[in-house]
Design a protein. Structure first.
Length: 196
């Protein structure tokens, strides 16, 4: 609430009879004492001006509770209640799964990607996930794109060290324990898949 709203609410509420509310339940030691201290709230004066309703709504924002009958927090239709974090079936969202092999001077890479190719002259959207994710992170996105853009396609790559993309070093070294995820390497991987 802004300072202006606070000062307005104070001015409007200054003339109303005020009785302090009992402390919240977690602060009351004995529930019977709390029930005995409850007094009915005074009726607000009938004032149909817009300023009175503004003050009333501004002062009561802490008491708004969603109605259970409105199902505000219900899961959307078609939402499956899967246990844990089971992977999505890729073929519900993409038409093909690709394994593309590339040989480089220092490594052999097998890229794993999912694709729904574009039809006619539709665009191909290429996705690249962040750390800890995989190409399937864009599964629902791919389905929604196809609904909105039926001729469009989506290519979703598993980055190195993620999903099913495998990097085999030809001359392994101790520094190879963690994959090189620099922008240069990830960009080159993406170019290899798109242009390869």
């Amino acid at each position: 609430m802004s300072d202006l709203q606070r000062s307005f609410a104070r001015a409007k509420l200054a003339g109303l009879p005020f009785e302090p509310l009992p402390p919240p339940n977690h602060l009351v030691e004995n529930e019977e004492d709390e029930i005995d201290d409850l007094k009915p709230m005074p009726d607000a004066p009938d004032d149909d001006s817009s300023s009175a309703s503004s003050a009333s709504s501004a002062s009561s924002t802490g008491t708004i509770r969603p109605s259970p009958s409105k199902h505000l927090f219900a899961r959307p239709k078609g939402f499956s209640n899967r246990k844990g974090s089971e992977p999505l079936p890729w073929n519900d969202h993409f038409t093909r799964e690709l394994y593309l092999k590339f040989a480089r001077p220092t490594e052999n890479v097998t890229y794993h990607a999912y694709i729904t190719p574009p039809t006619a002259k539709g665009p191909l959207l290429v996705t690249h996930h962040g750390a800890g994710s995989s190409g399937l992170s864009f599964a629902l996105f791919a389905s929604e794109i196809r609904k909105a853009l039926p001729d469009g396609g989506v290519l979703s790559l598993d980055a190195r060290g993620h999903g099913e993309t495998v990097v085999e070093k030809l001359e392994p070294s101790p520094s190879d324990a963690t994959p090189d995820l620099s922008h240069e390497i990830l960009s080159q991987d993406l170019l290899d898949v798109i242009l390869g």
